[in-house]
Design a protein around this ligand. Sequence first.
Ligand code: NAP
Length: 500
Amino acid sequence: MSTTYRNLIGDRWLPSRSGETFVSVSPANHDDVIGEFASSGAEDVDAAVASAHAAFRPWSLTPAPKRGEILFRVARLLAEHKEELSRLMTREMGKVLPEARGDVQEAIDVAYYMAGEGRRLFGQTVPSEMPDKFAMAIRRPIGVVGIITPWNFPVAIPAWKLFPALICGNTAVLKPASDTPGCLVRFVELLMEGGVPAGVVNVVTGSGAKVGNAIVDHPDVRVISFTGHTETGVEISRRAAETLKRVSLELGGKNPIVIWEDADLDLALDSVVWSAFGTSGQRCTAASRLIVHRAVHDEFVEALRKRVAALVLGDGLEDGTDVGPVINDQAVQKIAAYAAIGRNEAELVIGGEPARDGDLARGSFFQPTIFTEVRPEARIAQEEIFGPVTSVIPVDSWEETVEVVNGVRYGLSTSLFTRDVNLAFRSIRDFDSGLGYVNHGTIGAEAHLPFGGVKATGNGHREVGQAALDFFSEWKSVYIDYSGKLQRAQIDMSFVDEVD
Ligand code: NAP
């Protein structure tokens, strides 16, 4: 018997208008059904947008410090329910439990950070160019925000988008990925328990083609915040242009870790295992390229092979599991297809096959995989595989390294391991990415700095930090003239003569 979950429209949990449903199952064990969810369509989106639209004015008029107090309560509730939410995430999405806890912790961190912004939401005050005149710019809420999220960070990413949107005074309609609706529904239940008023947050589950498109097309949705594949982002951007929406796209990555000849190899190994195989390689920041100085290539690859051979695959809820499943069987097939391409393009060091031994056969698992002697232009070095597969590209010089790092369409996260401070700073200057690390893997972003990438990783916006406030608010410039007479800016300049 599986539990049935519904859409949240206003303060009511409702089935889809069509009555249709879909199930979410655990990728570690397909017999473990998380629940049955509303398979919704455009009519359900209409109802959710109407609810968010009606809630917009009262919410936007609620003083921001009061909105912040609600987010503080939400943060505390998320912290109280961290273990429960993390276990649900591991069951539904597959990442090992310590990583799921990190995912929920990111949501808690953003909730606290944005709650504090309720007492800031800084604007700008500037001196006016005219006498007896006051000039400032204030932030205004925009309206209904459509939030469309992927499955790989099923709590953190909705939180990254929703909390800044709410503190700025917007209301929202959320559509989770169809692989992880359970995590979002539980997350939103906690928000409601924390005191988010009815209608401020609405949830519609269902497919990208039906629910996602209906949100993007809806004229009363003013903003779209999307994270997912680059191709989906391009399609969304094109559709959203019809109604002149503001759109933030956080898209794919092909992130390199550079291991220079003077690197601390033990530290680099720890970081590579974490960055390439954590979350089974299904992070936008996953280290899918290892650019290794030829002088240390053989030693490094052999040490990495040994470390990877010792990784334990399994259910992420079990102690001792290092690598969980990938999201579903289609993902296994896609990764296997790339492994086959890799065999023709490069040298397989380890892995390369779906993993089906014993209990693994119940779910969707793929062996952690390393290729070496990969040419920078090879498909496995260029395309986002989104699985536990990494490509070693040997290099001989710094110039070649910069060329290889930047020679992909994406630009999310880059990392360099070196003891040379000059090279460290050059990497920050020369590597094309939105996140740059030195002596640290490609993952580890914190909630109070902007997150996002360049090139095909996005369209120039950033998540979290102060940057998120800029995306979710509209600037209004305000001039208050207390001179009591008409003062024409740039024309009436007599006061300048008076000063002279
Ligand atoms: P996806 O297939 O693009 O789906 C993302 C979301 O969009 C899902 O909710 C999906 O719904 C929905 N969707 C699909 N087609 C749509 C359409 N035509 N219109 C509107 N919505 C649509 O991506 P994913 O597989 O969930 O996530 C993996 C990707 O996300 C990778 O490329 C990864 O790099 C990227 N990512 C980027 C970041 C970042 O910050 N840059 C962070 C995490 C992940 P369904 O689930 O119902 O199909």
